[in-house]
Design a binder for this molecule. Structure first.
Ligand code: DC
Length: 221
């Protein structure tokens, strides 16, 4: 299953819950871009320098644990990558072809065995175009900013809602306008607007979709 959409649409919460209900694995591909971005920041590398990024990638190992841990070169970076700065840097480095190629290869090898809920920006369009169920999850920018703010405000008391909205809008624009694998709804994806829906309601809507697909294919889930 592929779940795509902009920042703060609720993808992670919903994808984790759907994976749990179906007994599938959950793959947070944004965390993989964040882990690389974190390394680029630590190294002080130029995020627009494709050659430099290529060299960093050669010696980079990103792995996602079953308990949602994110491992970078053997170290647990699960908490460190969840800042707005790392998110912006992830959005920048993810525009480079060399980066997307490497991440897509890793994601396909992790998803090879099937039974996976993959969440990101290009899951249904590029990485897993053959996914059985595709979802494009969106919400108004204000709602998405509010969700991100509520998530992050506990960690950073200097953060404001206005800043978070600006951050979300800037990141979405970059993710939608990049040349390689831009964020867009796959033609065969179900569009869900979560602005006025609870996470549980979105999960139910997605499970309905899974059931109707399974019935089409003569199976029940
Ligand atoms: O989902 P997230 O906020 O953790 O993602 C961080 C950034 O990574 C996002 O702004 C764009 C990039 N990304 C991507 O380009 N492709 C993906 N499949 C997932 C994330």
């Amino acid at each position: 299953m592929a779940i795509d959409g902009p920042a703060g649409a609720g993808k992670s919460t919903v994808a984790k819950a759907v994976a749990k209900r179906l007994g599938y694995r959950y793959m947070d591909t944004g965390a993989m871009y964040r882990a690389l971005a974190w390394k680029v920041m630590r190294r002080g590398a130029d995020p627009d320098d494709e050659n430099a990024l290529g060299r960093i990638l050669e010696s980079t190992d990103v792995d996602l644990g079953t308990d949602h841990t994110v491992m970078l070169d053997g170290a647990d970076v699960s908490g460190a990558i969840r800042t707005p700065e790392v998110g912006q840097m992830a959005s920048r480095v993810s525009g480079l072809k060399v980066v997307r190629q490497r991440m897509a290869d890793l994601q396909r090898s992790m998803g090879r065995s099937g039974c996976i809920v993959a969440e990101g920006r290009d899951m249904g369009t590029v990485v897993f175009p053959e996914a059985e169920v595709k979802v494009y999850l969106d919400a108004s920018p204000e709602t998405r900013a509010r969700r991100r703010f509520d998530e992050l405000a506990g960690e950073d008391s200097t953060l404001t809602l206005e800043q978070t909205l600006a951050d979300v809008v800037r990141r979405d624009r970059r993710d939608k306008e990049r040349k390689v694998a831009p964020l867009r709804k796959a033609d065969d994806a179900v569009f869900i607007d979560s602005t006025a829906l609870s996470a549980a309601a979105v999960v139910d809507r997605i499970l309905e979709e899974v059931n109707s697909k399974s019935n089409e294919n003569g199976r029940t889930v």
